[in-house]
Design a protein around this ligand. Structure first.
Ligand SMILES: C[S@@+](CC[C@H](N)C(=O)[O-])C[C@H]1O[C@@H](n2cnc3c(N)ncnc32)[C@H](O)[C@@H]1O
Ligand code: SF4
Length: 389
């Protein structure tokens, strides 16, 4: 990566913990989420056991990142978060400067100080919008005033704060969005994730769309909003380091996300959590998925010590590994390291496809790095498909 940020995170080890409960389920969300079932304490115990099981497989590698994602991990009691952190440190040890991050809903701001006091250093806050009408349309349980209060509470409790925003809802103008994004960039947060609203099949928004409602803007308007996002973020000193992610400096970038995009190793614990391990296994990279339903996850751990049930541990073929690394790595502004790709997968991208995409202005090649151009970022997945072997 450029600048003074952490380098070559592809070699780091991360731990991702998925906390699947949410006070209410948002109509656009297709993450593995559930209303609380009253079995939270049993889930915590299962996650701690699953962590010990993973330690036996990964060997002695210090963690560069510990991330509480969800769902809504800010619903976890602070002393449960503390137990996870202590257990992770005892099992693996922490690399210097480890990032301990947690995703939070603004509604949980009363817990932020306690969550910060047990060792979480980075909070990623689901603000989504600073407009009451947009928040209501997104089915959120907070309004703009509460979002502002939550950002202030987060800034006083954590050394690093990120704000998540969603744009491109139907009817949203460039002016309205840049006003909201401008507020996020001026909020004091050092990182902003700006996600284009995706209508996911099976969600409440997906069903309304099938019935003929228009909930998101069309492709041209989405491209205008994306370009306005890039321009405003750059002018306010928040350049993109990935398609949807902006940081004030390299040190403000998310280590957790970069391990994922750069093809590093991470362990996934908690219901439905994904993991990838390459360096700790003898041959090839493995993809793991824990049992999705909380009750199944708890049962699997009590049966076998592991939350990964039968058939959810898959050895990636070198070709699958290459495709995944290309899709994720090209999203990063610094681009994909073609030399590293060859060493890790034993495969190469399609040279003719690369030449064509460079000639058409969608890709830029600098030494062994391949980067999407501004034009290419608008069509990232399509451009990536063109360079696959
Ligand atoms: C897994 S959520 C966790 C954050 C927290 N539970 C919350 O919602 O405030 C991570 C982020 O993904 C984004 N997100 C989820 N579903 C989305 C969708 N369909 N389209 C765009 N962004 C989405 C939201 O910005 C959300 O903050
Ligand atoms: S967006 Fe966040 S709060 Fe809403 S359902 Fe998804 S994970 Fe839960």
């Amino acid at each position: 990566m450029t600048g003074t940020g952490p380098s070559r995170l592809g070699d780091a080890l991360g731990l991702y913990l998925h906390w699947p409960y949410c006070a209410r389920i948002c109509p656009y969300c297709d993450f593995n989420v559930y209303r609380p079932k009253g079995n939270d304490e049993a889930l915590l115990a299962a996650i701690l056991t699953d962590m010990s099981d993973w330690r036996a497989r990964t060997g002695d590698r210090p963690l560069a990142s510990l991330h509480f994602g969800g769902g809504t991990p800010s619903l976890m009691k602070p002393d449960w978060i503390a137990r996870v952190i202590e257990t992770a440190e005892r099992l693996w040890g922490f690399a210097p400067g480890i990032e301990i991050g947690l995703e939070a809903n603004p509604a949980d701001q009363a817990r932020f100080a306690a969550i910060g006091s047990v060792g979480v250093g980075r909070l990623s806050l689901g603000v989504q919008s600073f407009d009451d009408t947009v928040l209501a349309a997104l089915g959120r349980d907070h309004d703009a005033a509460r979002a502002r209060g939550a950002v202030d509470a987060a800034l006083s409790a954590f050394s690093r704060v990120s704000v998540d925003m969603i744009y491109a809802q139907t009817g949203q103008t460039v002016e309205a969005w840049t006003r909201e994004l401008g507020e996020a960039l001026a909020s004091g947060a050092s990182h902003v994730s700006a996600y284009q609203l995706t209508i996911e099949p099976g969600t409440a928004f997906g069903k309304r769309t099938e019935r003929g409602e228009t909930l998101a803007v069309d492709g041209d308007s989405a491209a205008d909003l994306y370009e306005a996002t890039q321009a405003l973020c750059v002018s306010r000193g928040f350049p993109a380091y990935e398609i949807s992610n902006h940081a004030r400096s390299p040190a403000d970038q998310s280590v957790h996300n970069r391990i994922y995009w750069e093809g590093g190793d991470w362990i996934g614990v908690g219901p439905g959590a994904h993991g990838r391990l390459g360096r700790s296994t003898m041959d090839g990279r493995i993809a793991t998925t824990a049992c999705r339903r909380p009750a199944d996850y708890i049962a699997a751990v009590s049966r076998s010590g592991s939350g990964v049930g039968d058939g959810q541990l898959e050895r990636l073929t070198p070709d699958d590994d290459l495709v995944e690394r290309a899709f994720l790595g090209l999203r990063v502004t610094d681009g994909l390291d073609l030399g590293h790709l060859r060493v890790t997968t034993g495969r190469s991208l399609n040279g003719d496809g690369i030449d064509r995409m460079v000639k058409d202005g969608f890709l830029h090649r600098a030494d062994s790095r391949l980067q999407l151009t501004a034009q290419g970022r608008l069509l990232a997945d399509r451009v990536t498909r063109e360079v696959l072997p």
